[in-house]
Design a protein around this ligand. Structure first.
Ligand code: 5AD
Ligand code: SF4
Length: 441
């Protein structure tokens, strides 16, 4: 029987891309996706497990849904994604309003599982796969602006950074058939999309072997970039150890590959990097930054960093601040270390930096990055950028916003411009978060 399904997504871009795959699988089996919880027969929550606060947020949401389910006992609730994979059947045993638990590699089973849940069963499907890439599934674009879209190109991760839960929730690394990727990109372009982001936990280790004929990540980028010079291409996320010169060469040769590299560093201390099992040193990382600047002088560089990992000393922390100053990141995602069950760090190291010290170190990094972002934006004042318009500014309907190739948001007067268009915008002013400009002919 056809169900109305409401999907709520937490976590990374990969999770949002997965929800679009889930949507496609359900629609193919005659279910409907509804944007309205009140209308739904089934609520699916696609969850994140990366830090404890991500899980707490979802538990809080489940508390709210418990009240809804009390009023409407027929409402079925399913947990998808990383928290489902991490906690498995436990989610059915706890005092939570959960009927269904489905891990990231089991979404093809959803239609059948929904039937079982309909018959009153409470069930979990959490097997990880070494092959599943959902390659031929054409995702439904949920909540899309019709301009930018994600394409998932590989799944899983086996880097085993010692703090990270992802290898346990998303399993082995596997790449998707490149032909299905270029087909999906072409279809999006034909529908009017102008920006795609190729996604994977570690896109740089993308590798497809067809009878000894290898397509690596730079080869794939080259193929996707050929679809049209009007199609912008972004990618996330790269592990520094795999950021090759070959990729930088391909980027330099294709102006429609965006000038923005997200290169998570995690710490500026070699001791920490070793404990984190990151497989590079600060010196080596800086060498990669230098290579980016050499091939792509106008490229922005952004990062992820963790404050207060196991055994982190004040000196380690100072080295992180120093590295931030050296690189001059354009933007950063900054986190307090959160111990995750079953990781190497949980089993073998001690979460021994007191919470108030973690908080203070994180605040120092955030304050420094605020200055660096402002400096980066100030350097852009006076420059003119090609901007892909995404929509109306939140602040004023007389203003549009879009992004430049470096992924910076630019706000400018609407005039007669429309979302989806490219326009040249001269930057006249900035804050630490936004560039402000005016369209030039
Ligand atoms: N605690 C805090 N931050 C973490 N990250 C990954 N695992 C943890 C953890 N246990 C951060 C890393 C990663 C980003 C996605 O989340 O910086 O790059
Ligand atoms: Fe969260 Fe990581 Fe899973 Fe993404 S892959 S949803 S960040 S735990």
């Amino acid at each position: 029987m056809s169900k109305r399904v409401y999907i709520e997504t937490y976590g990374c871009q990969m999770n949002f891309a997965d929800s679009e795959i889930v949507g496609a699988i359900l629609i193919k089996h005659n279910h409907q996706i509804t944007p309205d919880l009140q209308q739904a027969d089934v609520v699916l929550i696609n969850t994140c497990a990366i830090r404890d606060n991500a899980e707490q947020r979802i538990r809080k949401r489940l508390g709210e849904l418990k009240a809804v389910k009390k009023r409407r006992p027929d409402l079925k609730i399913g947990i998808l994604g990383c928290m489902a994979e991490r906690l498995k059947e436990q989610l059915l045993q706890d005092d939570l309003p959960v009927d269904l638990v489905v891990g990231p590699d089991a979404y093809r089973n959803l239609p059948e599982l929904l039937n079982r849940v309909e018959c009153g069963e409470r069930t979990a499907s959490v097997l990880l796969s070494e092959e599943e890439t959902y390659a031929e599934i054409d995702p439904v674009r949920l909540g899309s602006n019709g301009i930018s879209a994600f394409i998932s190109i590989m799944r899983g991760c086996q880097n085993f950074c010692s703090y990270c839960v992802v290898p346990y929730t998303r399993g082995r690394e596997r790449s998707r058939d490149p032909q299905t990727i270029t087909d999906e990109a072409q279809r999006l372009f034909d529908k009017g999309y102008r920006e795609i982001t190729l996604l994977g936990q570690n896109v740089n280790s993308y590798r497809w072997d067809c009878n000894g004929n290898i397509t690596d990540f730079p080869d794939l980028m080259q193929r996707v970039a050929q679809i049209s010079p009007m199609l912008r291409i972004r990618f996330a996320t790269s592990h520094p150890k795999d950021l090759s010169d070959k990729l930088l060469e391909v980027m330099a040769a294709n102006p429609n590959i965006c000038r923005c590299i997200h290169l998570p560093v995690q710490s500026g201390s070699d001791n920490m990097l070793k404990l984190m099992n990151r497989k590079y040193t600060v010196e080596w990382y800086l060498g990669r930054v230098e290579a980016i600047r050499r091939y792509l002088p106008d490229c922005s560089i952004t990062t992820d960093v963790i404050a207060g990992f196991c055994n982190e000393t004040e000196q380690d922390h100072q080295q992180t601040l120093e590295l931030f100053r050296k690189v001059g990141y354009d933007y950063a995602f900054m986190f307090k270390y959160s111990m995750r069950p079953n990781t190497y760090a949980e089993k073998r190291l001690h979460d021994n930096v007191p919470d108030d010290v973690k908080t203070r170190r994180l605040e120092e990094i955030i304050a420094l990055q605020g200055e660096l972002s402002l400096q980066s934006n100030r350097r852009d004042v006076g420059k003119t950028f090609e901007v892909l318009i995404e929509g109306t500014s939140k602040r004023s309907d007389q203003q549009l916003f879009g992004r430049n190739s470096q992924n910076k948001v630019i706000v400018f007067p609407r005039e007669d411009y429309k979302p989806g268009q490219y326009v040249m915008v001269q930057v006249t002013d900035c804050t630490s978060a936004t560039l402000i400009g005016k369209a030039v002919k």
